[in-house]
Design a protein around this ligand. Structure first.
Ligand code: F6R
Length: 237
């Protein structure tokens, strides 16, 4: 695991975007894994700015997002699909058919989960996966206790995750209870992983990851078993 300390949120975002841009320049058909949340907003701004400056094109790239709330339609403003359109996809030239966000509002969500892993495999696997980390150490929506051996699946969100995400909803009780998420097994199959950690609320998660202990009680610790992880962090001591 490679650790890079960034002097600011802006620098973290830029360093992460540089890795994705280098991947794209090396291989224009790259398959990217994308994350949502507050942490990668600056990263997406960097990618959009580079695209608009004519430095990069996503015309042949493919993307797969980590997760989506169950019961939330893609056009709903609180969906992760909507977030991705607003922060990235509406502003770049990635083809719509190459954009994948798990579907949370279909009758057979279990099938949607299995199909998602099959689609990732059919695309040749993920070249570079972006991750954030939850205050409880979750990656994607793989909450503490999740098996490292499970692919994309349906999970129940913990209270701490629902609490952290309520800022995006009108009422706290509107935060969904379940999500569809790439499993830790799916995430670990990515060839390269870039994990962003930003801000004091992530201090405990950062410390625990840094300790090196590997346990299913702390999902991000699975990353210690991966050969190519870069952690870019800021705002933690
Ligand atoms: C989002 C995701 C989550 C977030 C994590 C941190 O797609 O999979 O694991 O990365 O909850 O969220 P923020 O960045 O909002 O602190």
């Amino acid at each position: 695991m490679k650790w890079i300390e960034a002097a600011s949120y802006e620098e973290m975002s830029k360093l992460a975007a540089d890795l994705f841009k280098a991947q794209l320049k090396e291989h224009k058909q790259s398959v990217f894994g994308m994350a949502t949340g507050g942490t990668p907003e600056g990263f997406y701004q960097e990618l959009v700015a580079s695209y608009q400056a004519g430095e990069i094109s996503f015309a042949e790239a493919i993307s797969f997002n980590l997760d989506e709330y169950i019961g939330v339609a893609p056009e709903n403003k609180v969906s992760y699909h909507y977030y991705m359109d607003a922060h990235l996809f509406n502003h770049i030239d990635m083809k719509r058919e190459n954009i994948h966000v798990p579907t949370g509002n279909v009758a057979d969500v279990e099938k949607a989960a299995t199909d998602y892993d099959a689609a990732i495999e059919a695309a040749g696997g993920i070249d570079m996966q972006l991750l954030g980390i939850g205050v409880n150490g979750h990656i994607g929506f793989n909450e503490p206790g999740s098996s490292f051996e499970v692919g994309t699946n349906i999970v129940e969100l913990t209270e701490s995750t629902r609490e952290a995400n309520k800022i995006y909803f009108d009422k706290p009780e509107d935060v969904p209870t379940h999500a569809i998420t790439m499993g830790i097994k799916t995430i670990m199959q990515s060839r390269k992983i870039v994990l962003l950690i930003s801000g004091a609320s992530k201090q405990e998660a950062y410390d625990r990851l840094r300790s090196g202990e590997v346990t299913e009680d702390f999902p991000a610790s699975a990353l210690h078993n991966h050969p190519n992880v870069t952690v870019i962090y800021t705002g933690v001591k």
